[in-house]
Design a protein around this ligand. Structure first.
Ligand code: ADP
Ligand code: MG
Length: 340
């Protein structure tokens, strides 16, 4: 950016995730990191937004009947175009104040979204006042963020475990050579924990409590020192609040089915990977990204499942994608061919 262009030109990077949206600005880094949640007034046409982001997430599960909290990207596809548009517009405004005259934006979208969805994301940014909009697929962005040589003829593998989806991709020469998206990720783990505690202890807990348990003691591999946590919920039969102690071994068992699904996706992408690229993975291994990759012991577990491939967690799994988007928007010429 030429100095005389400042402050009229701004480059924005957005990671539009199923659970969290993260916005970064060239020269400033990350300026916004909020849940991808929108609260709207039920039945209102046109869509009437009550709250967006953190404020809206707090309303999930405890909204009065006139308000509905929605996660429009939950499944990795856009379930509600209007709401998604409102969300993107709100976050761009919040991150930038007044949208600068000559702004460019690069948005990472779930790999494999449809043309209609792509158009919806693009239109939302244009309506927010951005002049130039580009899109990039999330696994590609995660790889760029981690400094993997995406433009070279070398295989790089990414496993990105988000809230709604797990994306597994092998990238080479700026394209995805093999790819799979799975609708089992962080959210599914929360549901599995909720179910196990209802069945094992006759205690009903909310999903946000289940998520807290997962983050504190959830694991995919036996721990050198097993953990436990006190949990409060409502006893199903007695109907009264009760406190119980839950162990990491118990939670590992509860989420093992979901973890196996993720294993399956990793194995199937490995099977679909051309042999030359597969050979590269023996040396360079797999990059783990997304909030779900913070699960304790996931690296050890996948190391075993893949018969010894090296595992590397992104430095900051929750920001791996947006960091890559920022790098790409700062070097649009280098990455032009990777954009949608
Ligand atoms: P998305 O890209 O789909 O928006 P994120 O990469 O932001 O998703 O990750 C969100 C998911 O990561 C949530 O399901 C959250 O519960 C999970 N997560 C965050 N931190 C941890 C942790 N320490 N252990 C396990 N899961 C975690
Ligand atoms: Mg993500």
């Amino acid at each position: 950016m030429a100095w005389w262009g400042f402050p009229f030109t701004t480059d924005l990077a957005i990671d539009l995730g199923t659970a969290n949206t993260v916005v970064a600005v060239r020269g400033q880094g990350i300026v916004l990191d909020e849940p991808s949640v929108v609260a709207i007034r039920k039945g209102a046409r046109p869509t009437q937004v009550v709250a967006v982001g953190r404020e809206a997430k707090e309303m999930l599960g405890r909204t009065p009947s006139t308000i509905q909290a929605i996660r429009p990207m939950r499944e990795g596809v856009i379930s509600d175009v209007d709401v998604t548009e409102e969300m993107i517009r709100h976050f761009i405004r919040k991150a930038t104040g007044r949208v600068p005259l000559r702004s460019r934006i690069l948005i990472s979208v779930p790999a494999g979204i449809t043309q209609v969805e792509t158009k919806a994301v693009r239109d939302a940014a244009l309506k927010a006042g951005v002049k130039e909009v580009h899109l990039i697929e999330q696994p590609m962005a995660a790889a760029i963020g981690a400094g993997l040589p995406v433009n070279e003829p070398r295989g790089s593998m990414i496993v990105d475990i988000g809230g709604g989806t797990t994306d597994v991709a092998v990238i080479s020469l700026g394209a995805m050579a093999a790819y799979k998206t799975l609708r089992v990720a962080g959210d599914a783990l929360d549901v599995a924990i909720q179910q196990a505690i209802r069945e094992g202890h006759e205690i009903m807990i909310g999903l946000s409590t289940a998520e807290k348990i997962k983050m504190k003691i959830g694991s995919a591999h036996p721990l050198s020192q097993e953990l436990e946590i006190d949990v409060r919920g409502r006893h199903i039969r007695a109907g009264v609040p009760r406190s119980i102690t839950v162990t990491s071994a118990e939670i590992r068992d509860a989420i093992s089915g979901c973890v196996e699904d993720i294993d399956g996706a990793v194995k199937s992408v490995l099977e679909d990977t051309p042999p030359e690229l597969a050979a590269d993975l023996i040396e360079h291994g797999i990059l783990l990204a997304g909030g779900g990759s913070n699960l304790l012991g996931l690296d050890d577990h996948l190391h075993e499942v893949t018969h010894g491939l090296p595992m590397r967690r992104a430095e900051n799994p929750l920001h791996a994608v947006v960091q890559g988007v920022l790098v790409a928007v700062e070097h649009l010429d280098v990455y032009a061919e990777l954009l949608q």
